[in-house]
Write a protein that binds this ligand. Sequence first.
Ligand SMILES: NC(=O)c1ccc[n+]([C@@H]2O[C@H](COP(=O)([O-])OP(=O)(O)OC[C@H]3O[C@@H](n4cnc5c(N)ncnc54)[C@H](O)[C@@H]3O)[C@@H](O)[C@H]2O)c1
Length: 412
Amino acid sequence: MIRDINLAPSGQLKIDWVEQHMPILSQLKRKFAEEKPLAGKKAVICLHLEAKTAYLALTVQAAGAEVAVCASNPLSTQDDVVAALVQNGVTAFARYGASDEEYKLHLNKALDFDPDILIDDGGDLVSLLHSERQEQAKKIIGGAEETTTGILRLRALAREGLLQFPMMAVNDAQMKYLFDNRYGTGQSVWDAIMRTTNLVVCGKVVVVGGYGWCGKGVAARAQGLNARVVVTEIDPIKANEALMDGYEVMPMVEAAKIGDIFITVTGNRDIVRKEHLEVIKDKAILSNAGHFDVEVNKEDLKELSTSVKVVRNNIEEYTFQDGRKVYLLGEGRLVNLAAGDGHPAEVMDLTFALQALSLDYLVKERSQLKAEVYSVPEEIDRKVAQLRLSALGIEIDELTEKQKKYLNSWQE
Ligand SMILES: NC(=O)c1ccc[n+]([C@@H]2O[C@H](COP(=O)([O-])OP(=O)(O)OC[C@H]3O[C@@H](n4cnc5c(N)ncnc54)[C@H](O)[C@@H]3O)[C@@H](O)[C@H]2O)c1
């Protein structure tokens, strides 16, 4: 179930490019190809289907697993990359722009593949297994979750005692959120906004909704682009962090009046809603980098508008009754993926190394693991950090025996 197999050569070129910039995954792929730790297992990968993910799928395949992929977002699927995956022997159910019904059909088809292990991004696959496919859920060895929003949903399932198999919280590994969420989102969000709008950022007022790991990255890059940065938050600690990092902090209803470019990245809903749109500055650009397209309330946007038209690829213009216009990028879906190529390959090298090692861990340790949300073990986090330094040819100091003793003593 893909767009067109003839697109494969262009997708293969994209995969070849990222391979050159993902040395950790390449090293794991070589090791896995020798040891085959996932032999005889079936894996379903539900992620943004672009080149870096494709390379992860090929790494899991090299480890001996049969692999099927489906998309975690219909607007981030690159049809040529999916075609190349199929040519490499991966089963795929995805095409760019799939409707909600097709998207769900693709998830179900991927589960019909009967996976033993899975990777999810945002929790749609796991959610389906725990609602409409509960019998199947009992047979799953385990899975790994990619993002903050998915982990919130997993923890909710676990809290209610409903989680059926172990899930690794890959997002919460340090080598994930410190780099992927912060630097990956920071860079790729601005890449997407700039290429989509072709407008200047310096001198503009940029409003960042949410000062978590992603928000920190988005705000820092905006500052680096010479924008005036405003942060909105609901957490007083994060608000203080934003202040001390040099940004203005105010409620969204105030920020709405002065912002030129908005980026929501909270994992929550309705960050920009009716009461904000009623006072929003004319020609404001709205975008979202949080996992689901619920951070900018599109129903409220429609309700206030007399017309909506596509004025440029990935830009919808909403005209309000009083003549003000606002522009929504990428239909309010993750802007860096819907209107860009996602995170840089070097960043995804870290995240996907964690994913590959987490699947390996789940299979090796399956007899010890319960139906809980597990942190990625510290050894895996540190291993990925060390592999990255080695790939860059960077060495660091080691503790001397005296230093170790000093750090572990209360008398010295
Ligand atoms: N675009 C991407 O490529 C990408 C990458 C990683 C994560 N994500 C997604 O981005 C979202 C944020 O992830 P994170 O890791 O930064 O999470 P986080 O938990 O570190 O930060 C979220 C922040 O939003 C704040 N917040 C919550 N409700 C708010 C509200 N009403 N107004 C203002 N602030 C509010 C929280 O206080 C918190 O500081 C999640 O949905 C995550 O899945 C996207």
